[in-house]
Design a protein around this ligand. Structure first.
Ligand code: WQD
Length: 336
């Protein structure tokens, strides 16, 4: 299928573009490059052995999206576009609502105008009101969450549900990512956070490459085996494969699935996996808990396996080795 990837130059989008081509699809990327690089799309094209067209523009621009749907005879849309920094969303809520919810609504409107009925949405485990182990898709989701970022994802899920109720021909999948980690095995593309990384894995990778002095472990007094926070880290290439499986399983209505491994790993276990990949100990210290963090958040991934025939295949060790290969070859990401 000819697939438009809004926000497709980003970490998940660039890996998904490669997976789509490997499965015979033809991705086109729309990205405003506010938090991504055209170099990622160039390298993804190289790796995929096929040119991935990049249009630089705003997924919130309904006219532009409509033009792209027509010009490229798009048959499906995977919507990645959006801001994703939890802390930043608290400081800039209106920008998050405008960009995240606004771009989803504009994209869905352009799709309705042009008769494009297949939609895959990049959601997040952040939508679950009560994080915990083995989260199922029917666990409570709400907007009474800790932060505007999570609320925008929950709101967009509601927008998709209402759009599908109004148009029975809409075929939608909502993918709730747990914690994406790792990089393409080539080391040519990977996670390239702008500024100080909020997330654990890219921060550790930057400690390993010397960009950051030491890892600060946010609390070791959680009710977990080693006292540090436990999350469900899913290799970004497994995540990309999950998008292809969801696209190919689309049918009328909305299918919501977790994309996770079902396995938890603590901060110390992630650190150990990186130290094994790097071949040396990495400097770290325990500091106070980060406000809003949960002790445990892991997926029950069985519905994705049942409905998509997909499950995560790569390990935490694979992800740490792949992330280190990317970081060591590109210590300043795509900025060279
Ligand atoms: C993981 C663990 C921290 C950094 C966030 C978003 C979520 C999703 C994934 C987009 C926790 C600990 C972290 C550090 C640490 N993003 N940690 N030191 O918070 O599970 O989820 O990213 O959808 O929406 O909320 O991921 O990587 O920030 O933290 O000790 O420097 O690592 O306390 O236990 P999180 P994270």
């Amino acid at each position: 299928m000819r697939v438009l990837l809004t926000g497709g130059a980003g970490y998940i989008g660039s890996h998904t573009a490669i997976a789509l081509i490997a499965h015979g699809h033809e991705p086109v990327v729309l990205d405003d490059l506010s938090n991504a690089s055209a170099e990622a799309v160039r390298r993804a094209s190289e790796l995929a052995g096929r040119e991935i067209p990049l249009v630089v523009g705003d997924a919130g621009d309904r006219e532009l999206v409509g033009r792209l749907l027509a010009e490229h005879r798009i048959e499906a849309v995977i919507h990645f576009a959006g801001r994703k920094a939890v802390g930043e969303s608290v400081a800039k809520p209106l920008e998050y609502y405008r960009v995240n919810v606004g771009s989803a609504v504009a994209t869905l409107e352009a799709m309705a105008e042009h008769g494009v009925r297949r939609f895959v949405f990049s959601s997040s485990a952040t939508v679950y009101e009560q994080p915990g182990p083995d989260l199922r898709e029917d666990a409570p989701v709400g907007i009474a969450l800790e932060n505007p970022y999570g609320r925008t994802k929950a709101m967009i899920e509601a927008v998709v549900a209402d759009a599908a109720a109004a148009d029975p021909a809409l075929e939608a999948a909502v993918l709730r990512y747990f914690n994406p980690i790792g990089a393409h095995e080539s080391g040519r593309i990977g996670e390239d956070p702008h500024g100080i990384p909020n997330n654990l894995a890219p921060f550790i990778a930057q400690v390993a490459s010397g960009e950051r002095e030491r890892l600060r472990i946010f609390g070791d007094d959680y009710p977990t085996a080693d006292g540090t926070g436990v999350r469900d880290y899913i290799h970004v290439v497994d995540l990309a494969e999950g998008h292809v499986a969801a696209l190919e399983a689309l049918e009328p209505g909305v299918l919501t699935v977790n994309l996770g491994t079902g396995r938890g790993a603590s901060v110390r276990e992630v650190l150990a996996a990186f130290e094994a990949a790097v071949g040396r100990a990495l400097p770290h210290e325990v500091v106070a808990r980060r406000p809003g963090d949960a002790a445990v958040s892991t997926a029950d991934p069985s519905l994705a396996h049942e409905r998509l025939g997909w499950r995560a295949a790569r390990s935490l060790e694979d992800a740490a080795a792949d992330a280190w290969r990317w970081q060591s070859a590109n210590p300043r990401g795509y900025r060279g």
